[in-house]
Design a protein around this ligand. Structure first.
Ligand SMILES: *[C@@H]1O[C@H](CO)[C@@H](O)[C@H](O)[C@H]1NC(C)=O
Length: 269
């Protein structure tokens, strides 16, 4: 039985794309942000709101990298990677120090995984404070390269991903993979339906609007993969990192609208 759930809201996009755009704008430097053309409109609008120049790419790792390299060559910009960089990893690791200061009894920590920068930072930070803590990655079934990599012991990259969690499509790199391989206890995968249910729960119970990629930690804890696994289900204090709030109005309302329809129908009948 889970007796206590803790959550730590870490606005991932706010931590990378938006503040970079804003910091650059304040210094009069242009910031170019490479975003997959499938990204939700609210993400794109927020980058522009903070002065970032949006450059679209295809929703694949290869296109992301090629587009970024083209921008670097054409404009002479400096690359700020989103995950596979020791500076990014150590910055994100400060999250677990703050989290464990606020909730020292945490036994299990669940973190979304995409490129693995956030998870790498969190696992290093958390296990250096408490070596007994269990750290799990949460990953969508439609982009389960980390789960596959952990299962076979070598870095697997997928040519195609298909998930509502658009922020979790990247693959690990040469720095993040060995950290995830050696320190992370397990990866729990969930399907898009479970992610939507967790978004609804976040919205209705916690009153927090989060994007699918952020709701995935809660989805993992609520999944059978977690609840029916005797390695994890005896944890009394579980921490979930909720990373990313780029959830547009339409996307939040889409989830709750069907409920209101039911209410209206019942009242009208
Ligand atoms: C934990 O998992 C085991 C194995 O599936 C199961 O037998 C047990 O009932 C579970 N415990 C809880 C509290 O859900």
């Amino acid at each position: 039985m889970i007796s206590k759930l803790h959550s730590y809201f870490f606005p991932k996009l706010v931590a990378i794309m938006l503040p970079l755009s804003l910091a650059a704008q304040l210094r009069g430097i242009p910031a170019f942000v490479v975003i997959p053309n499938t990204a939700p409109k609210c993400k794109v609008a927020n980058v522009r709101r903070y002065g970032g120049h949006v450059i679209f790419c295809e929703p694949t790792m290869q296109s992301r990298e090629e587009t970024a390299i083209r921008v670097l060559q054409e404009i002479g910009a400096v690359l700020v990677p989103s995950s596979n960089d020791v500076r990014i990893i150590s910055g994100q690791g400060t999250l677990s120090l703050e989290f464990l200061d606020q909730a020292p009894k945490l036994e299990t920590l669940i973190v979304p995984i995409s490129g693995g920068g956030l998870l790498s930072g969190v696992v290093i930070g958390a296990k250096s404070k408490n070596p007994a803590i269990q750290v799990l990655g949460a990953e969508p079934k439609g982009g389960d390269d980390a789960a596959q990599s952990k299962a076979c012991g070598r870095l697997v990259s997928l040519s195609h991903t298909n998930t509502i969690a658009d922020g979790l499509r990247a693959s690990m790199g040469d720095i993040t993979w060995p950290i995830v391989r050696d320190l992370v206890d397990d990866i729990i995968t969930v399907d898009d339906g479970e992610i939507l249910e967790a978004m609804r729960y976040n919205y209705e119970v916690l009153k927090v609007a989060v994007e699918p990629s952020a709701a995935i930690g809660l989805a993992a804890v609520l999944s059978d993969n977690f609840k029916k696994n005797s390695r994890w289900n005896c944890s009394q204090n579980i921490g979930i990192v909720i990373s990313g709030g780029e959830c547009g109005f339409r996307c939040s309302m889409g989830i709750t609208f069907t409920d209101y329809q039911d209410v209206i129908f019942l009242e009208g009948s």
